[in-house]
Design a protein around this ligand. Structure first.
Ligand SMILES: *Cc1c(COP(=O)(O)O)cnc(C)c1O
Length: 363
């Protein structure tokens, strides 16, 4: 096979980003400063969040600080999906609270409201859906459950920059939303995260927790972290913000091409009213998913990803005896195909040929 390998993800770093970093480096002020403040304002505006953004050094920090600022503490329970990246449950556990794992809806791969409601105890303080793969979770049903039981709603929007539900952007539903700016996400700042908050007091607490518990130097109000974003990273993020709209459009076009042309596999469904931003384009391969992935690579030079082969409730730190049949099924069947904005038409056609050939051979 002479064709070049098609990677499952490809961060795009342009000359503009390099120039922005150089500008900050030359300024001599590299830690959290004016670039971070500008990035926060521009992030809220770009995604139409109608609320403040607080920049931190990773998506995991965004979740952790958001939970601390929302008052989550030891003895509390927060309901999360098990079918997600470990950062979701890690951030809950790091507050001292217990992550309680609920099942997912088979279509969206996001939290199943019925399973969430069945998981509520008298210790439950919050529900934290993940907008997995860039598809919004069922926020209407989850909000109803949260309101009915007096719980807070939090959003892990690490994979869903620009996704929305009936016109409302993710990151604007919950007490807070947390975005990741890791290089493989839909946009990056190198490493970084953004907390989006509606309530002024919660926002203030986020700013305290990211900076040792201080807003004013040496006037510490709470026990805090150093999870600040640097101006170098913010400068990268600000440039990426001007490009992410086009990249998302390209992801959606790539996904539409795949969904139109793939045969013999189930393409990812999109819920009514949902805008999917295709952080991942995830199909199900019911028989021998791992062999299918290996054959894509060996026979067609097509990369793919398995997110996530081990559900969080079975990971060593969380071992929880819950029974989550849809989660187990998805963990075995899910395969994410390349959908990133750098794919050429020839790449897309090769992905289609590869998947259709292997699906036919396997059926
Ligand atoms: C990437 C990711 C995170 C963590 O973000 P980092 O920036 O890597 O810390 C959290 N949740 C989900 C669902 C993610 O995909």
């Amino acid at each position: 096979m002479t064709e070049a390998f098609i990677p499952p993800a490809k961060p795009i770093i342009g000359e503009d980003e390099i120039e922005a970093v150089t500008r900050v480096m030359r300024s001599g002020m590299v830690a959290q400063g004016p670039e971070v403040a500008a990035f926060e304002t521009e992030f809220s505006e770009h995604f139409g969040l109608g609320r403040a953004s607080v920049a931190v050094n990773s998506g995991t920090s965004a979740l952790h600080i958001g939970l601390l600022a929302a008052g989550i503490k030891a003895g509390d329970e927060v309901i999360v999906p098990s079918f997600t990246f470990a950062a979701t449950a890690n951030s809950v556990a790091l507050t001292g609270a217990t992550p309680v794992f609920a099942d997912i809806e088979p279509g969206s791969f996001c939290l199943d409201p019925a399973s969430v409601e069945a998981s509520i105890t008298d210790k439950t303080k919050g529900i934290m859906p993940v907008h997995l793969y860039g598809h919004p979770a069922n926020m209407k049903a989850l909000k109803e459950i949260a309101d009915k039981h007096g719980l807070q709603l939090f959003e892990d929007a690490a994979q869903a920059h620009g996704a929305s539900l009936h016109g409302t952007p993710v990151g604007s539903f919950g007490t807070f939303g947390a975005f990741s700016l890791y290089p493989t996400k839909n946009m990056t700042s190198g490493e970084g995260g953004m907390i989006t908050v509606g309530d002024a007091e919660v926002e203030r607490r986020c700013r305290l927790y990211r900076n040792q518990g201080m807003l004013k130097q040496y006037h510490n109000e709470v026990v805090g972290l150093n999870n600040r974003m640097t101006d170098i990273h913010a400068a990268i993020g600000r440039v990426q913000l001007t490009k992410v709209g086009d990249w998302t459009k390209k992801r959606q076009e790539n996904a539409a091409f795949l969904s139109l042309n793939l045969q013999g596999v189930t393409p990812p469904p999109v819920a009514e009213g949902a805008v999917h931003v295709y952080h991942q384009y995830t199909i199900r391969v019911p028989e021998d998913r791992d062999g299918f992935s290996a054959a894509l690579k060996e026979q067609f030079q097509v990369g793919s990803g398995m997110f996530y082969p081990v559900p969080n409730h079975r990971l060593q730190p969380f071992q929880s005896p819950v029974d989550l049949p849809e989660t187990e099924k998805a963990a075995k069947e899910c395969l994410s195909l390349p959908v990133h904005p750098s794919l050429s038409q020839a790449d897309l056609e090769r992905i289609v040929t590869a998947v259709n050939t292997l699906a036919k051979a396997g059926s």
